[in-house]
Design a protein around this ligand. Structure first.
Ligand code: GTR
Length: 330
């Protein structure tokens, strides 16, 4: 009897050893990441890089599936679903996030950054970290900062060199009061609308233009309906990968370290990809007949002057100290 049992244990032990050596792993844990951009867009490439690094470094245990092209819903809905945990990760910018946490406005104020370098010094420093963490209040945690360039106006009607040229234009904006205030301060008429409705919106005259960076302008084919593009760089809406806080808390601290590190490396990759694609799309826009207006320094100053009253509005003056800290970053 005793020998029988011993043999049984040995057989079981052997079986387990063979099983472990065969590399049969436990079923992977699968998570969803939402992005509203098409295949090949810099943020989507960044998302995929992130997913790939996490999968490699957890030996296939954590699998992040990238659902781009807004297949999980428009940006507003996708943010809400990520807050609820139906979506686990999302790539999104400060403008759409301001709808759930207005402090995000502080990083999207018009003509806030001197240039790209300044923006990344802010985002990669203590201020950027505070923002990645501040959104935990709303069930989300930011993991890294992606590049999204600067936003520019474009329309179907005429060349725009100064705020006076903007007068009365119906411009689509992201669904946030700051962007509405910005467009109003330039004398145009803001219309909040989902991203994927812009093209037909311009086509059927509900709006006459919108504002965005080069990759968005071109990948959404907005150049076809709104060929007058003004390089005014009125704002940056830095983008992040965020994770639902409950999802995050269920990871072990070792896994959290891997995920955070993967996000940071994916961001480095994404920023390089961004610069490359931004230049390409600008060239493509010109080749495809977009009429590019580049305001002179004096005209540019008119845009800057026109938006200054926004800084005094109570909703944004509330963040005057953060805004000052951003400006002080050298
Ligand atoms: C893009 C951004 C999108 C979306 C879009 C918009 O630059 O990457 O996530 O916010 O702008 O204007 O709706």
């Amino acid at each position: 009897m005793f020998f029988m049992r011993k043999r049984l244990w040995r057989a079981l032990f052997l079986f387990l050893m063979v099983f472990a050596a065969s590399g049969v792993a436990a079923a992977p844990r699968v998570f969803k990441l939402a992005d509203n951009h098409p295949d090949g867009y810099p943020t989507v490439l960044g998302d995929l890089k992130f997913a790939q690094l996490v999968k490699e470094r957890t030996k296939g245990d954590i699998v992040i599936e990238v659902y781009n092209n807004a297949v999980l819903g428009d940006e507003k809905t996708a943010i809400e679903q990520t807050q609820m945990g139906d979506i686990h990760f999302i790539r999104v910018g400060t403008n759409p996030l301001a709808a759930i946490n207005p402090v995000m406005n502080a990083l999207s104020m018009p003509y806030l950054y001197r240039d790209r370098d300044h923006a990344f010094k802010v985002l990669d420093g203590p201020i950027g970290d505070e923002f990645l963490n501040s959104i935990t209040r709303d069930g989300l945690l930011g993991l890294c900062w992606f590049d999204s360039g600067s936003r520019n106006f474009y329309n179907s009607k005429r060349e725009v060199y100064t705020p006076a040229d903007m007068k009365g234009l119906k411009i689509r904006v992201q669904e946030t009061p700051l962007m509405m205030d910005l467009v109003s301060s330039l004398g145009a008429s803001p219309t909040p609308m989902a991203y994927n409705e812009i093209y037909t919106g311009v086509q059927n005259g509900v709006i006459e233009g919108a504002e965005n960076n080069w990759p968005s302008y071109m990948t959404q084919s907005h150049n076809e309906v709104a060929p007058f593009f003004t390089v005014d760089g009125h704002t940056r809406s830095p983008e992040m990968i965020l994770v639902n806080v409950d999802t995050w808390n269920k990871f072990t601290s070792e896994e959290q370290k891997i995920i955070k590190q993967a996000a940071l490396e994916a961001a480095t990759f994404q920023r390089e990809e961004w610069v490359r694609q931004e230049t390409d799309y600008e060239k493509q826009a010109i080749a495809k007949g977009a009429k590019i207006a580049r305001p002179t320094p004096e005209q540019y100053q008119q845009f800057m002057d026109a938006v200054q009253p926004i800084y005094k509005q109570p909703a944004y003056a509330a963040y005057a100290d953060i805004i000052q800290r951003v400006r002080d970053v050298k």
